[in-house]
Design a protein around this ligand. Structure first.
Ligand SMILES: [Mg+2]
Length: 210
């Protein structure tokens, strides 16, 4: 049973993330994408978003080498900002504990829109067990295809735990039930508060997975 967790907004948050993304691209592209340009992006993964911004600026698709350069620059920005005495990640402690306890008895994956190097940094910052597999934003994949990769060769029941409408849409497209965290996803799916206790996470995950 893969129970898949989104990261940002689900397990915690890194409040200035999109500022750092724009700054990282600014160092590489000779100009920082504007908030308005970022707001026009429709994708939910780094590959999709950076590809959309690249098309707006240069008129042609992102190449994998340019995505790797973005990933390295963005990780460097995060490493510089999230340091002792600097910005701090906010952890959803009960959701994190629930995820770890679930992982003790069944397959659990991180499936996130962050580029893989950035996901590795954020997972470490939130204290996530390195034994939990991380699946970040790969070239030419959207969130739905990442979920399909995570569940490949793994018998059900399945579940995606996320905090945004794009998480629900991806879970639905991948044929997985959805468990929301926070109040940002309208619908009739079950929802956990961001400060839910680990026991609630485990109980709702078991009840919702199929
Ligand atoms: Mg999220």
């Amino acid at each position: 049973m893969p129970i898949c967790f989104d990261l940002d907004g689900t397990l915690g948050h890194f409040s200035s993330g999109f500022v750092l993304l724009r700054e990282a691209l600014g160092t590489l592209w000779g100009g920082t994408p504007t908030r308005e340009e970022l707001g026009r992006c429709t994708g939910s993964t780094d590959w999709e978003i950076v590809d959309e911004l690249h098309r707006m600026r240069f008129g042609h698709p992102l190449e994998e080498a340019a995505y790797a350069a973005y990933e390295a620059a963005c990780v460097a920005r995060f490493r510089g900002a999230f340091i002792p005495g600097g910005q701090q990640a906010v952890a959803h402690a009960g959701v994190l504990e629930g995820m770890h306890r679930l992982a003790a008895t069944q397959p659990v994956w991180l499936v996130s829109g962050n580029a893989p190097g950035l996901l590795a940094f954020k997972a470490e910052a939130l204290g996530i067990d390195p034994a939990i597999p991380r699946l970040g934003s790969l070239p030419h994949h959207d969130r739905t295809s990442l979920l399909r990769l995570a569940r490949r060769d793994c018998p059900g029941p399945h579940l995606y735990v996320g905090d945004r409408p794009h998480d629900l849409a991806a879970a639905t497209a991948a044929g997985m039930p959805f468990l929301g965290v926070g109040e940002a996803v309208p619908g009739d799916h079950p929802v956990l508060a961001t400060d839910a206790a680990a026991e609630q996470v485990i109980e709702l995950a078991h009840r919702t997975a199929s």
